[in-house]
Write a protein that binds this ligand. Structure first.
Ligand SMILES: C[S@@+](CC[C@H](N)C(=O)[O-])C[C@H]1O[C@@H](n2cnc3c(N)ncnc32)[C@H](O)[C@@H]1O
Length: 475
């Protein structure tokens, strides 16, 4: 696949996608905070997953829980079709990076200084590690001077009582009109969902008739559950490549899923594939169907390994509405298994896939299924000058297994080594049980092993754990 291009912001970029700063200065309404409810259970992925998600504020909660649960997430994407919303996420990340503690973050976010007693109270809150129920907000007890424990509403009011709020700074930073009220900051800003104003709260989420809708930070849950998660998120935000992209889910989700089709993924969808969005918009419905048919090839996406997180307030699980059941599961084919092992070894920037099977190039319409990878037939590769090939990683895709002689293979291998930082050789394993009944295999593992690879990896097949062999050669 070709390199993806987006307008947006990049942090710790590794060159995986081309990101251009947004052309417009976006001044639309946006969600200053969110109100989704996220259920998170520990992910059992052995290979670290890619994190993809809608760029509302809850992206931080979902990502925070993911980095807590899974080490070594290779990179993350946030996407939203509202340019102001992606700028807000970028600004929030900058605030987290400069705020050493959770409480500093809350003060910097709201442009406020709390009483010492409030800071101590907030510091004492320690929420659940792997579960982000909206209802976790307001947990803990706040004891006032007469010894009374307060209910959640009263806690929110107590937090804001006598707070030093810098209204000018807040309104200037977020370009909104806002007022401090007894139980939060009332923000006047149009957002989808028909809200023209809402109350931004720290813990409180309850909706009542007689006050504007609350959008809450839900301190005490998600990335603000406790200091361990907060620090893990801060570290991830300063080390993991993150791409915050202006992108409409309806147009870009398929591309993003295809781009990552050989990596396990965690996908945060907010409420875009639930309730009204799903029922009223056929494009959302089609995406939902594609994701829930993840175990079978669908529209160019092979058997993807995707854990979907979404707003839990809806009663409708989207795989039910898309008409699929868990019984539709079947295991990935051997091609998918091989590419899943391969992808972590590809360069993030650009790769070359060399094949001697013209029919595979034709089937794929000339475009490799691998991310940032160009397809080339081995004859074209051999007749090209070394200078005309600029890829960092060259992948020799089962050449002897499809009939290439050992001598020709060595020529292709030597040319690849002269050009690329990394050469990856994949071949069939003639000894594997998968090939027991089939015609004689022509791959020669002992020849490749004599070339002294840095690493050898066995790849499972249909009936065995070693159908294919993959060798990594680094400069
Ligand atoms: C659907 S809204 C709902 C608000 C959500 N309940 C919350 O608490 O933030 C979630 C996010 O999806 C974004 N969004 C809506 N339609 C979209 C689309 N077609 N493509 C990408 N993002 C979209 C919105 O801009 C917003 O940031």
């Amino acid at each position: 696949m070709k390199k993806l291009k987006f307008e947006g912001y990049a942090l710790n970029s590794n060159g995986l996608v081309d990101i251009q700063a947004p052309k417009e200065d976006y001044d639309n309404g946006f969600y200053f905070l969110s109100n989704d409810s996220i259920k998170f259970s520990k992910n059992s992925n052995i290979i670290p997953p890619i994190f993809l998600g809608v760029a509302n504020v809850d992206w931080l909660h979902a990502f925070g829980m993911s980095v807590y649960a899974c080490d070594n997430i290779p990179h993350a994407f946030a996407f939203d079709n509202n340019g102001r919303q992606i700028r807000h996420l970028f600004e929030l990340i900058e605030i987290i990076l400069k705020s050493e503690t959770r409480v500093d973050f809350v003060e910097n976010l709201f442009c406020v200084e709390f009483r010492e007693q409030v800071r101590t109270f907030l510091e004492s809150i320690s929420g659940s590690l792997l579960f982000v129920p909206g209802a976790a907000a307001g947990q803990g007890s706040f004891t006032v001077s007469d010894g009374t424990n307060l209910d959640p509403f009263a806690i929110e009011r107590e937090i804001w009582r006598d707070a030093k709020w810098d209204k000018d700074k807040f309104c200037e930073t977020y370009q909104v009109n806002a007022e401090l009220e007894a139980d939060g900051i009332r923000i006047y800003s149009n957002v989808i969902g028909g809200f023209q104003d809402y109350i931004a709260t720290i813990t409180q989420i309850n909706v009542t008739e007689d006050r504007p809708h609350p959008f809450s930070l839900r301190f005490g849950s998600g990335f603000l559950a406790n200091d361990i998660i907060y620090q893990k998120l801060r570290k991830a935000l300063s080390t993991i490549p993150i791409f915050i992209c202006l992108a409409d889910v309806k147009e870009s989700l398929h591309t993003l899923l295809r781009f990552h089709s050989y990596s396990p993924m965690i996908l945060w969808m907010s409420n875009l594939m639930t309730g009204t969005f799903l029922l009223n918009d056929n494009q959302f419905f089609e995406h939902s169907k594609a994701i829930w048919s993840q175990f079978r090839p669908h529209g160019g996406i092979p058997e993807i390994d995707c854990t979907v997180l979404q707003d839990q307030r809806t009663f409708m699980e989207f795989y039910h509405s898309a008409g699929f059941s868990l019984g539709d599961y079947y295991s990935a084919n051997s091609h998918t298994k091989s590419f899943r092992e391969l992808v972590p070894y590809l360069s993030s920037k650009n790769n070359l896939q060399v094949t001697n099977m013209q029919e595979y190039i034709d089937q794929d319409k000339g475009e490799s299924k691998l991310p940032n990878t160009r397809y080339i037939h081995v004859d074209t590769f051999m007749s090209s000058s070394n200078d005309s090939i600029s890829e960092d990683t060259i992948f020799l895709h089962i050449l002897m297994g499809y009939g290439m002689s050992a001598d020709d293979f060595i020529e292709v291998f030597n040319k690849s080594r002269a050009i690329a930082q990394r050469v990856i050789v994949m071949e069939h394993n003639p000894e594997s049980f998968d090939f027991y009944m089939s015609k004689k295999q022509t791959s020669q593992p002992e020849l490749i092993e004599s070339l002294k690879p840095n690493k050898k990896i066995l790849i499972p097949g249909n009936t065995c754990m070693d159908r294919n062999l993959m060798y990594i050669f680094d400069q």
